[in-house]
Write a protein that binds this ligand. Sequence first.
Ligand SMILES: [Zn+2]
Length: 341
Amino acid sequence: MAAEAVADDRLAGAARGRGCLTVVACGARPSLGWWRAVALLAAAAQWLFGSAAFAVEVNFQPVAPGIYAHIGEKAGRTYDNEGLNANLGLVATPSGSVLIDSGATYRSARQIHAAIRRVTDQPVKWVINTGGQDHRWLGNGYFKEQGAELIAHANARADMQARGGDHLQALKAVVRERLEGTVPTLPTRWIEGNDVRLELGGVTLELKHRGGAHTPGDMMVWLPDRGVLFSGDVVYVERMLGVIPVSNTKRWLETFAVIEALAPKIIVPGHGKVTDLATARADTRVYLEALRAHMKKAVDDGTDISAAIRGFDAQPFMRLLNAAELHPGNASRTYLELERE
Ligand SMILES: [Zn+2]
């Protein structure tokens, strides 16, 4: 998990975001007095509205009738994105809406709620956490207060309990006072089994789990009537996926096989733009298969871990954002996993 450099000058950020662009666009050369006025205005805005004026921006865009996605930043967690560098989903039905993943903080959950209100009047009835990573569930506390039922796979429970505190510590270093109010809040309804069908307001949601992928509780949300899949962290596009210590690449590929069988028209991945099966294959499945095949041979041949990592041709995947940073760890953890198999 990469925590990118934190923007430390909020005033400068505010000045950039509030009006300066128009001047640049107009071609005028602002005077020193003008800049001072902007800085004063920004400071006044911060004083008047508190830090809420600078909260992370959440926007749900339609992907199918009644179905929306927020596409998060692809780079690491920052002060500005409040750890919400991941995608979210929203299903609006006449009997309530379903939020897929609750963001990384209490404050960003409030922003998510405001964004939901811009597309539906229906209350958030369910929040489904698609995995145990911070930005999938640490916003739960806010939505519990709003009366939502929090749902995750039972296999996420131990992972959330084990890593929730560490996630909070890591986020604290990046989002600082913006973490205020964030309390790891476990789901109230645990899904058992591989395939569970839920229905709300005439919309069917099928929950798909195959023993974990990026995290042990990874669960996908399939909307069969619309051909839309919210894959959670089973699919990454445009950016390099992360094999972390709790990942399991074997089960990850078994989970991916479910996507192949469903043949979704639209995939909302865990990270990266709304996509299709071919792109999901190219950016996630092909990499995992290549890595596993290479590391299996290395383990079988008795090749040591550093030689095995050096011997993998990662070039085809270096086009993916964060690849240089994440690939070495992915390679070593995949080797260790194959050693255990
Ligand atoms: Zn993620």
